[in-house]
Design a protein around this ligand. Structure first.
Ligand SMILES: Nc1ncnc2c1ncn2[C@@H]1O[C@H](COP(=O)(O)OP(=O)(O)OP(=O)(O)O)[C@@H](O)[C@H]1O
Length: 307
């Protein structure tokens, strides 16, 4: 369990984290969302004991990060933002060094390094200096050191930043596979990552917690929740579409010529739209119902409008 109470960090010029309180249970994958400068990294640094808070308390599985720092940190794997330090070390030397710091020796050390290398697919660069790696590989070295000791809590600051689509997919798969019985916190700017990975989303802005809910609940705040998009072979009778019970408005999508029907809040319009299509004999090539658009919800939340 992670328990955070009244966590606050003030820098000279501003309050970066402003009275955050929350708790996270094992099995939860929490996505920290927020615009640049919202306070995500500062929060993560305080959760991991790398930055002391001005006020508030963090407890990691019962250990106070300020007073029982080492015991708490043993339970945490942390991927900070940016690239790992020690750029003049090879990947294998760096991971061996981290494993030694974590207290492993001999066969177990070698096994742990080999397992971490395999988990994030670093085999072909193990003998290369970290400085000479691409951004994506540097990120993966950071991930490897975070999972090396099989921690109960994983705190990952933008884990897929700089990765190509294949690597992103692979890292998401890895995070999912690690989720059972662990606590995972990731910060990300990639909203699809939140719906693909997270069981819970926390939106932070100006250091304050704006929303703490499931990704699905966040999506359902979107004006596109339950919207139906259809792409037809022929022009459709817009009047008939507009008259379907529960349809709020029609939106044209000029890029592909499709039409999106927005639903009134709380209404499900898909069955009625489908019925109309059949009754009219329209040739519809694509028909899609949406859960909602996280990017739109994110924008309206963090711009100060209430979604
Ligand atoms: N060491 C520091 N000294 C002074 N101000 C800082 C320091 N670290 C962070 N800040 C400020 O605190 C605020 C929060 O920064 P933080 O890095 O936590 O945001 P973030 O949500 O992680 O942003 P991003 O998405 O860009 O990574 C920012 O305005 C930043 O400039």
């Amino acid at each position: 369990m992670i328990e955070v109470t009244h966590l606050t960090k003030r820098f000279v010029q501003q309050v970066a984290v402003d009275d955050l309180s929350f708790s996270i249970a094992p099995g939860e994958v929490v996505g920290f969302l927020g615009p640049n400068g919202a306070g995500k990294s500062t929060t993560m640094k305080m959760l991991t004991g790398f930055l002391p808070p001005c006020e508030g308390k963090v407890s990691i599985c019962g250990f106070d990060i300020a007073k029982q720092t080492l015991r708490a940190q043993r339970l945490i794997g942390y991927l900070p933002e940016g690239a790992p330090c020690y750029g003049d070390m090879t990947v294998v030397d760096f991971l061996t060094f981290i494993a030694q710091i974590r207290g492993y020796r001999g066969k177990e050390l070698r096994q742990r390094v080999a397992r971490a290398v395999a988990l994030v697919e670093l085999e072909r660069v193990v003998e290369q200096n970290i400085d000479t790696l691409s951004k994506g590989f540097k990120r993966r070295v950071g991930l490897a050191q975070a999972v090396l000791h099989d921690p109960k809590v994983l705190i990952l600051d933008e884990p897929t930043d700089g990765l190509d689509p294949n690597q992103k997919h692979q890292v998401r798969k890895l995070i999912k596979s690690l989720a059972k019985d662990r606590i995972i916190i990731i910060s990300t700017h990639i909203l699809e990552e939140v719906s693909a990975l997270c069981t819970r989303a926390m939106v932070i802005s100006h250091g304050r917690l704006l929303v703490d809910d499931t990704p699905y609940a966040l999506q359902s705040r979107s004006r596109y929740h339950q919207a139906v998009t259809l792409l037809a072979e022929q022009p459709l009778d817009r009047q008939l579409l507009q008259e379907v019970p529960g349809v709020l408005a029609l939106e044209d999508n000029p890029l592909d010529g499709s039409i999106t029907l927005l639903a009134e809040p709380g209404m499900v319009i898909f069955p009625a739209v489908n019925q109309l299509i059949h009754a009219q004999g329209w040739q519809v090539r694509e028909l899609e119902v949406e859960r909602g658009r996280l990017d739109e919800v994110f924008r309206s939340l963090t711009r100060g409008d209430v979604a």
